[in-house]
Design a protein around this ligand. Structure first.
Ligand code: AZC
Ligand code: PLP
Length: 828
């Protein structure tokens, strides 16, 4: 038989690059409508145009995708694998078109058929495969890896139902299922050939032969199939296209024929349902560990599938796994994939025959771990009984890792029992649990926090003893946001203005935004900057008017707090301040009040009672304030339902003031804070997370910092601080709380907020009372500043100009250099 001829792919190797002029694009869009979608253009509906446009853009991405894949394979460069339970992507069409520089030609092409690109883009569902900051960071990092030329693959879960849709009914949050796949997903490619069996349960068989080390063989009692779905991620200017590979669970035997033939039609599908449940829905809790068996199954499922895939690819290009860490960097996005440490050890020792110590060296050199929170309730730990039942061999491995670590700590560092208990992978105190943070830490060569302050606090608190044991391991990597989505695409008005004023260099290097700094003193530029902001505010006001029938004055301060609802993020403090302001406006109508619109948005975890009460309160207060003729246009309060990435893209450019007011020490970094400031909002915030570094970059005149610092919060907590005495001596605060307690905002149920308020009197854990006065004063100085528009706008311009460092390209370059040793310039 003759050798198979080599087949060149289309696209990457075609001599002529595809034409990108409107004529060609228009023709191809109609071709897709006709031959891929089967619709006559005259009968095409809006979704058909979206699909056809997506397919035409996708063809161009595929050309770049093949070229990127070939380049990495041929260069044998080290690859980076980003393992994340969450990717909060949002829409992809605008991002892809922008990064391929096709926005204008595609717009033009669609116009030929009287179709508006903006309208088509709005039809794309948000891929909401994440909860909030952590998932959105993973999405920014995927885009930045492609943009900076890092050969990266993201691994995650293809949830059928992403983050729930939020509606507000009678002021309260209602959760509805999200159905992003309803119209199919033209971005993804199902890879049936890349599927792996994943085991659960069963037992471990130990084989001993004289003179040989023991061998352990795991015999799972249950198996499911992980099937890959790939989405291409295009970098800026299309230079590189990386892959996001999401796993979907399927039954190995889709139908139990014996049961079916016996007439048990439901029973025949039991296996299938059980398997598919693993990837059916995203857990909607961001700062609270879910603690459910299904969650642990999800974590192991995607970790194990990703590792098998990584090893298969490595062995197809290398002789053995000896050099795994030279060719592969795996980043654990929080502890959700931390079981990977035990699983890689299992694969190396049990399957590939490595001795323990060699396997451990390879494992540790391969993994890096990013921590995203210090909140104790968010730190993952699993009951040993559950872990052992589901993953018996991995449990044995964790015991062995633990024994090694404890021996090292005792022998080399002389750790005492208390220190040993702190570093142990097993928590003996709470009914014996596996601590995933400790596992991720010891199994990684680099452990990072996401802002300078957070990293320092990691060393002092959660990982204090592990830091002592491994003093070189913790490092900082301050978060960033992609300037493509969060400036260029969401704020074309500002981008156009900046291009005209300072040239296009900032498009490729965000730090070049600094060239705009001097324009803060240029009154003509300031006017144009203000006009752009005014337009963005008017657009948001229109949306609010459409959706909520609330009319806003676009000349008021747009004061915005959008993020997950959480006690530590202190939306409650913001609402109390709004009530105090409301009371003051009513009491002193003659004063020169600066008009304000307070905008809130965000979802509460369905089981988080206090967070849901805060949403309810915001809506109750909004109803009362907005219908009170006494405050006229001076104060309006809006809660926009269903906060998601697409809504954020409209909100960020429309803000005058960004609320970043977490209790100091608790917000690991924040990324919303960066997006607002980049788009020219001033920040009112505590010295928390990346606010600290934002202060350093924008300068203290251009940001409004108030409140207790992290060490002061810790001190107050040690002193058993409570709010009562502060409330007693602060009339503004007392009157606001009295109004809440007496049912002014909830006449139907005056007791509704009893717990929320009594917590402030008795405990004030989140330092709302402690920080109230400083917050109030900072707000009033902002009121005064807003009346001096040229000064306000010049500060806003300084914010945009000085935020370049917060690009996620900078974050990724730091990870590449300090943790991964991969990417441009990092070849060993
Ligand atoms: C978040 C942090 O709360 C936020 O401060 C940070 O900016 C973001 O991660 C990205 O690093 N954490 C989460 O979203 N979720 C968890 C489980 O920490
Ligand atoms: N959710 C969405 C939809 C976002 O776009 C962002 C960041 O912009 C976040 C959550 C995280 O917000 P924060 O950093 O304020 O917690």
């Amino acid at each position: 038989m003759s050798a198979t001829p080599k087949i060149e792919p289309m696209g990457a190797k075609v001599p002529e690059p595809r034409q990108n002029d409107p004529d060609t694009l228009a023709r191809q869009i109609v071709e897709k409508l006709t031959y891929s979608i089967g619709k006559h253009p005259e009968q095409a509906r809006k979704y058909d145009w979206l699909r056809a446009t997506t397919l035409v853009v996708r063809d161009r991405i595929i050309d770049h995708w093949f070229a990127s894949t070939d380049r990495v394979r041929e260069s044998k460069d080290k690859r980076v694998y980003y393992l994340s339970m969450e990717f909060l992507i949002g829409r992809l069409l605008r991002d892809a078109i922008n990064n391929l520089q096709l926005t204008e030609p595609v717009r033009e092409a669609l116009k030929r058929y009287n179709v508006e690109l903006d309208m088509v883009e709005l039809l794309e569902p948000d891929a909401a495969l994440g909860n909030g900051g952590l998932g959105r960071l993973a999405a920014c990092f995927m885009e930045s890896m492609a943009s900076t030329g890092v050969p990266g693959v993201g691994y995650g879960i293809r949830y059928v139902h992403g983050f729930f849709r939020q509606e507000i009914a009678d002021g309260a949050q209602v959760e509805l299922p999200e159905t992003w796949l309803m119209h199919g997903n033209p971005w993804e490619f199902e890879r049936r050939d890349s599927s792996y069996e994943i085991g659960f349960g069963g037992k471990v068989i130990t084989q001993s032969e004289p003179g040989k080390p023991q061998r352990h063989v795991w015999r799972p009692s249950e198996r499911v199939l992980a099937v890959a779905f790939d989405t291409p991620i295009v970098g800026w200017r299309g230079s590189q296209v990386n892959t996001l590979r999401l796993w979907s669970a399927q039954a190995v035997d889709p139908i139990l024929l014996d049961a079916f033939n016996d007439g048990d039609h439901i029973g025949a599908l039991v296996e299938s349902n059980k398997a598919e449940a693993i990837t059916r829905v995203l857990y909607p809790a961001d700062s609270h560990q879910a603690g459910q068996e299904l969650r642990l199954r999800q974590e192991y499922f995607f970790s194990a599938a990703s590792l098998q895939d990584i090893i298969r690819r490595h062995l197809s290009e290398n002789e053995s796994l000896d050099n795994l860490a030279d060719k592969v960097a795996i980043q654990l996005n929080d502890t959700h994939p931390a079981v990977s440490v035990a699983e890689l050890m299992r694969l190396l020792v049990d399957v590939h025959g490595y001795v323990w110590s060699k396997a451990w060296t390879i494992t540790r050199a391969t993994f890096g771990y990013t921590n995203h929170t210090l909140l104790p309730e968010a730190l993952e730990h699993w009951p040993i009984s559950l872990f052992e039942r589901l993953l018996p061999r991995q449990m044995q491995i964790i015991y062995q890792i633990n024994a090694d670590v404890i021996r090292e700590a005792a022998q080399d560092k002389g750790f005492n029992d208390q220190q040993i208990a702190a570093i142990s992978l097993i928590d003996e105190g709470h009914g014996r649990r596996v601590r995933m943070g400790q596992l991720a830490f010891v199994g990684s060569h680099a452990v990072n926090g996401v802002s300078a302050l957070h990293t320092e606090l990691m060393k002092e608190t959660v990982f204090n003893n592990l830091h002592e044991l491994y003093p070189d391991r913790i490092q900082n990597k301050t978060n960033g946001v992609t300037p493509r989505r969060w400036l260029m695409e969401c704020n074309p008005g500002l981008t156009g203005l900046l291009k005209e004023a300072i040239g296009p260099a900032f498009l490729d290097d965000t730090e070049k935004l600094a060239d705009a700094d001097k324009l803060a003193d240029d009154s003509a530029f300031r006017d144009r900057f203000t006009a752009v902001k005014r337009e963005n505010k008017a657009r948001l006001a229109d949306i609010i008017s459409d959706r909520l029938a609330i009319t806003l004055n676009p000349d008021a301060i747009f004061d915005i707090q959008v993020k997950r609802i959480h006690e530590y993020k202190r939306q409650f403090l913001n609402i109390i301040e709004a009530i105090a302001l409301y009371n003051q406006i009513r009491a002193h109508p003659e004063k020169n009040w600066t008009p304000r619109v307070k905008i809130f948005a965000g979802k509460a975890a369905p089981s988080y009672v206090q967070a849901k009460e805060i949403i309810h309160l915001a809506n109750d207060v909004a109803r009362v304030v907005n219908s009170d003729p006494a405050v006229r246009d001076l104060l309006k309060i809006v809660f926009i339902p269903n906060y998601n990435v697409s809504l954020a893209e409209i909100i960020m450019p429309a803000a005058d003031l960004s609320e970043q007011i977490s209790t100091a020490g608790l917000e690991a970094s924040g990324t919303g804070n960066m997006k607002f400031a980049l788009n020219g909002a001033l920040t009112i915030g505590t010295l928390d997370g990346a606010n600290v570094e934002m202060l350093e970059h924008v300068g203290e005149d251009n940001i409004f910092i108030f409140g207790l610092k992290a060490d002061e919060v810790a001190q107050r907590r040690r002193e058993a601080h409570s709010g009562r005495s502060i409330i007693d001596r602060t009339p503004l605060l007392r009157e606001a709380l009295d109004a809440i307690s007496s049912g002014v905002f909830a006449p139907d149920n005056p007791a509704r907020y009893h717990t929320l308020v009594s917590n402030l009197y008795n405990n004030d854990w989140w330092m709302i009372c402690a920080d109230f006065e400083a917050y109030w004063n900072a707000q009033r100085s902002l009121d005064a500043l807003f009346l001096n528009q040229s000064e306000w706008q010049s500060k806003a311009i300084h914010n945009t100009a000085r935020m370049g460092w917060f690009s996620s390209d900078r974050s990724i370059r730091e990870y590449s250099k300090d943790i991964w040793q991969a990417g441009p310039g990092q070849r060993p």
